[in-house]
Design a protein around this ligand. Structure first.
Ligand SMILES: NC(=O)c1ccc[n+]([C@@H]2O[C@H](COP(=O)([O-])OP(=O)(O)OC[C@H]3O[C@@H](n4cnc5c(N)ncnc54)[C@H](O)[C@@H]3O)[C@@H](O)[C@H]2O)c1
Ligand SMILES: [Zn+2]
Length: 366
């Protein structure tokens, strides 16, 4: 068991990371909050699977069930959660428990941020991506037809409970998505960590490897450290977007169907490393290490044929993170260090062309 602290003054909280600890850690987290009522928000499938492992919380109230899938990450679903809380007459001292992946966490967190102008919530992430990324840091929200994550708020959880055993049922493709973010943590902050994970490449996850639990804890520590210093992404937190400028553009251009988020980020990290060669003197070794790391897990690294370089640049320039028409990208001058730098469109275009000339990854995008 590991206990990782996110230091944010009176909004500080703990992330309990363990294996088989779901009931005990959740009971401990809820016990410390003394809630008047507890409301679990989850998908029907996850409720069936975990209702027996939630400790005393399973008996608190009927769960608030929401449909799974990014297409349901909408204001309409959040409205249904808010309606359910109101029906139950949940008061200001209630606690919402988000049991699921990033989709549940983002929506349950957003509902908790809005209900009665803000009630407490506990994250219980059950996907690797949510355990190492989405559940930590307090970004909550939903998508609009006009784009992903366009509505939301910062609302920190009161606790995060991570049981890596929940990953035993996760499809391989979802494991890969989380691994892309873990490799990213190494690239931006800790070269040895990157090499440790890259060297353990695998494509099958049953049984779960021993190193997974300490690795999840290490990634949480890294994200917690960044978030503690820059909660609202005024500057430093943007380094976590390494690989996401081009990754998001590819996801947008392929309608969020062809590549998973982590797959798109894996591809985007290669372009970001190539941009770094022009902007901050990154060595060619960085690109090689990233390709080796992502390939070891069966993640793709080449740009999809169906997205043109000009289109990618156009979408990247309209990214939420672009301010005043200037694209700012997270770049890695070397393995283990990241900076934020302005990048002109022609520089990004040149990096995309060089990326294409590297050939294509053995794994398909389909
Ligand atoms: N708030 C943040 O900081 C942040 C960061 C990264 C991503 N996100 C968001 O997270 C979302 C993606 O999250 P995700 O990748 O976890 O996807 P997800 O929440 O859609 O989960 C993927 C699928 O796995 C299923 N599932 C969940 N746990 C399972 C388990 N233990 N066993 C078997 N199946 C399980 C879910 O029901 C779902 O069908 C996106 O909406 C993204 O915008 C948020
Ligand atoms: Zn991401």
């Amino acid at each position: 068991m590991d206990d990782v602290r996110v230091e944010l003054g009176d909004r500080s909280y703990s992330i309990a990371v363990g294996s088989g600890n779901l009931a005990t850690s959740l009971d401990a987290a809820l016990g410390a909050l003394s809630p008047t009522s507890v409301h679990v928000v989850t998908h029907p499938m996850l409720w069936r699977r975990y209702r027996g492992s939630l400790g005393s919380c399973a008996a608190c109230a009927e769960p608030i069930l929401i449909p799974s899938g990014e297409r349901h990450k909408t204001l309409r679903t959040v409205a249904s959660v808010l309606g359910a809380l109101a029906e139950r007459k949940a008061d200001r001292r209630c606690v919402v428990v988000a049991l699921g992946g990033g989709v549940v966490g983002d929506m349950a967190g957003f509902a908790a941020a809005c209900y009665l102008r803000g009630v407490r919530f506990v994250q219980v992430p059950t996907t690797l991506l949510a355990q190492v990324d989405a559940s930590v840091g307090g970004k909550t929200g939903v998508d609009l037809p006009q784009g992903k994550n366009l509505v939301g708020s910062f609302h920190q959880p009161s606790a995060v409970v991570i049981d890596t055993q929940t990953l035993a049922t996760l499809p391989t493709r979802c494991m890969r998505s989380g691994i892309a973010e873990i490799l990213k943590h190494g690239i931006i902050a800790d070269a040895a960590y990157f090499e440790f994970v890259a060297a353990r490449g695998r494509r099958a996850w049953r049984p779960l490897p021993d190193w997974l639990e300490p690795t999840v804890a290490q990634s949480c520590r890294m994200k917690a450290h960044v978030v503690s210093q820059d909660e609202r992404e005024g500057g430093l937190r943007a380094v976590l977007n390494f690989g996401h400028t081009v990754g998001h553009a590819i996801e947008t251009l392929t309608g969020y169907r062809r590549l998973s988020h982590g797959e798109a980020v894996a591809v985007g990290m290669v372009t970001a490393a190539l941009v770094g060669e022009s902007v901050c003197g990154s060595s060619g070794v960085l690109v090689e290490r990233i390709i080796a790391g992502v390939s070891a897990y069966g993640l793709p690294w080449s740009l999809p044929q169906c997205c043109g370089d000009d289109e990618i640049v156009r979408v990247a320039m309209h990214d939420k993170k672009t301010s005043g028409g200037v694209l700012r990208m997270a770049l890695a001058p070397c393995l283990g260090r990241a900076i934020i730098a302005p990048v002109d469109a022609p520089v990004l275009l040149d990096a995309l062309r060089r990326h294409r000339s590297l050939g294509s990854s053995e794994v398909g995008h389909g």
